[in-house]
Design a binder for this molecule. Sequence first.
Ligand code: FES
Ligand SMILES: [Fe+2]
Length: 363
Amino acid sequence: MTLSPSRPSLVPDDDMTVPVFNNWNVVAAGWYLACASHELKLRQTKSVRLCGQQLVIFRGADGQVRSLHAYCPHMGTDLSIGRVDGNQIRCFFHHWAFDGEGTCRDIPCQSAIPTRAHTQGYATEEKYGFVWVYPEAIRATPRQANAPEPVVEFDELRGHDIVALPDRPLERACHHHICMMNGIDAQHLQTVHKLNIEMQLEMQEHDSGTVMDFTLRGEFPQTNRRERLMRSVLGDRYAYTMRYAHGCLGLLTIMKEVKRIPNLHMIYAYTPLDNQRTRIQPIYIARKRKGLLGHLITYGLLYLTRACYYFLRHEDGMIYDNIEFNPRTLLPIDAPIVHYMNYVNRLTPSGWSKPSSRTDQID
Ligand code: FES
Ligand SMILES: [Fe+2]
C-alpha cells in the first residue's frame, strides 16, 4: 500500500487525557439516529433512549420534529406520555407546555412562568427517512442553530432528490468506533474477503474536524477466475471512499472508477447501546430519477448496493462479535486505522458524556 499525502506514525496520538476512541463514557458531539420518521406521525410523541439519555421526540402540528430531555422540570413526569398541543408538548401530569427549545410556555394554574421551568432541547433533523438528534441544546432558531453542521451528505448527491432504503438494523458486541474501522482495514480485504487488491490511500480531513474521507483505490488483480471475471466486467481500476462523520456515521461510496456501474452509496449509522453493544442501521441511498425507467434504475441500484453489502456483511460479523480491540502491533498497511483513531480522538465530547470523562477533557 502506498500512502498519500503523507505516511503517518504507526502509533495513535497519546496526548489525550481521556481518549474519545473506543471509550464508552464519552459521546462525541454529532448526529445520532433516534428513530425512523414513519414512527412519528403528526402530533405524536415517542420515548427514545439514545446514547444513555432518555428523550421525548414529538412531531408538531407544523410537521417538524423536535426533541427534549424526557423528564418534566416540574416533578419529573416523562413528557412522552403527554400530548402534542400545536407545536408544543404538554405534560400529562399538570399540563405545563414546552416548546421545541424546552422553554415552558404555559402553566394552566397560574400566569407567571418561573425561569427554572425549562428543560433541555436538542437540535433535531430529519434526513434519509430517519430522525437525528444532536446532543447539544437549542438556544435559538433556526432549529439546527446549535449543531455546527447538518447531517452529513455525499458530495455527489448534494442538491439532488434522493431515495433512501433502510435495511434491518443489526447489533455488534463492541464499541461503534471499532465496528467503523471495517471500511478502511485494508488487510482484511485480502484475508477475510479474499479481495487481492493493492490499494493506495488518500485522506482528507474536512475543515470542521468532524468529517474525514478515506479513499482507497487500486487495480483489479487477475490471479484467479473470479478476479478475471470482475476485471472483464468492471475494468482495470477500482476505488471506494469511506466518509466518516462525528465518529458515528459512515458514508460508503463503492464502484468508483469502474466501468458500466454508477457509484453506489450506503450509510452506516452507529448508536452505542446501554449494554456496551452497538446498533448499526444500514441505509442504501440513490439519486431519484424521473419516470418508470428512472424508478426501475434507482431501485435496481439500491438493491445492487444491498447485494454488495450482503456479500461482505456475514464475513465481518464474526470479527466484531469477538474482539477486544488492542492495537499493539500495527503495520504500515494499518495506517488508515491509525489516522482514523487519531481523528476520532480529536472529536469533542458532548454533554451526554459521563461527567468524570467530560471534566478531564474540558480542562
Ligand atoms: S410534572 Fe409535568 S407539569 Fe407537573
Ligand atoms: Fe469487511
